[in-house]
Design a protein around this ligand. Structure first.
Ligand SMILES: [Zn+2]
Length: 283
């Protein structure tokens, strides 16, 4: 069961198996403890949803201070609902413009880079290999999940970082639950290749289906050879808990984003980035 923690004003959730790894820091974000107002109240981490920039930047500063991670060590993808994976090399520069970040997952063995996934219903999946010291963060909405992005990441950790599936730990954070995620037939059809009987059930209305994003991603991890005991899920629906989480569907569309991140601790904090502009890194 995930545990609610607090650092300064920031409330966040931790997955027990990842929290037990002393070589990493991770958090599944809530909307609690920030400076944003109205629809974005209060810890909105996205510059792209119409919130005032100075408030979003203040929220990032609060997160940075609470976790004692320099702001320049956080990296946020563009998250384009695809299945491309951004691999950060262990040393040197790795991007000079945000165009390179049109991806929905990050994998790295580099220390001191807090790899971030913003969510407001989509499932954030964090992975860690305690043996090879490799981490990944995945943005799994219905499109990415239908494309098998979480399986793709788990396979890439095996092929490019020599991870053994039995070593991998995975945690699936709060997302829209199958209690609330009604989708149309076209969306349901996108899952036809993925044991759809386990992840789709008929909705209340004709032609509608209830989609279980968490189970779909859990099954992808199982198919890659992860032991069931290594996969934890928050079991919290973002629509059912509007006091704690931003929800795109629950809000009717105008809302903020919580951030979820994982980072390998370095022995000496390093300046990880080429871009000095906070907006470029976090936008
Ligand atoms: Zn729900």
């Amino acid at each position: 069961m995930f545990v609610l923690e607090k650092k300064k004003s920031i409330a966040y959730l931790q997955a027990p198996a990842l929290a037990a790894c002393d070589f990493l820091v991770h958090a599944f974000g809530t909307r609690l403890g920030g400076a944003s107002q109205e629809e974005y109240q209060s810890l909105n981490m996205s510059f792209r949803e119409g919130d005032e920039e100075f408030r979003v930047l203040a929220n990032w500063s609060k997160l940075s201070a609470a976790f004692e991670i320099p702001l320049e060590n956080f990296l946020v993808l563009n998250q384009v609902h695809g299945d491309d994976i951004f691999m950060i090399p262990p040393h040197g520069e790795y991007f000079t413009s945000r165009d390179a970040l049109n991806c929905d997952a990050i994998v790295t063995d580099r220390t001191d880079v807090a790899i971030c996934i913003k969510t407001a219903d989509c499932a954030p999946v964090l992975l860690a290999d305690p043996v090879r010291k490799v981490i990944a963060a995945v943005h799994a909405g219905w499109r990415g999940t239908a494309l098998g992005i979480t399986a793709k990441v788990a396979r890439l950790m095996q092929t490019s970082y020599r991870s053994e599936p039995a070593d991998l730990l995975a945690a699936i954070g709060p997302s829209i639950g199958d209690c609330c995620y009604e989708v149309d037939a076209a969306t349901a059809d996108a899952f036809s290749g993925q044991k759809s009987d386990a992840i789709l059930r008929p909705g209340k209305k004709d032609g509608k289906w209830m989609l279980d994003l968490v189970e779909a991603n859990r099954r992808q991890l199982l198919c890659c050879g992860l032991p069931a005991a290594n996969i934890e899920a928050a079991g919290l629906c973002t629509v059912c808990h509007p006091e704690a989480f931003f929800s795109h569907r629950g809000s009717g569309g105008v809302t903020g984003r919580q951030v979820n991140f994982v980072m390998l601790r370095g022995t000496t904090p390093g300046r990880a980035f080429v871009l000095k502009d906070d907006f470029q890194r976090l936008h």
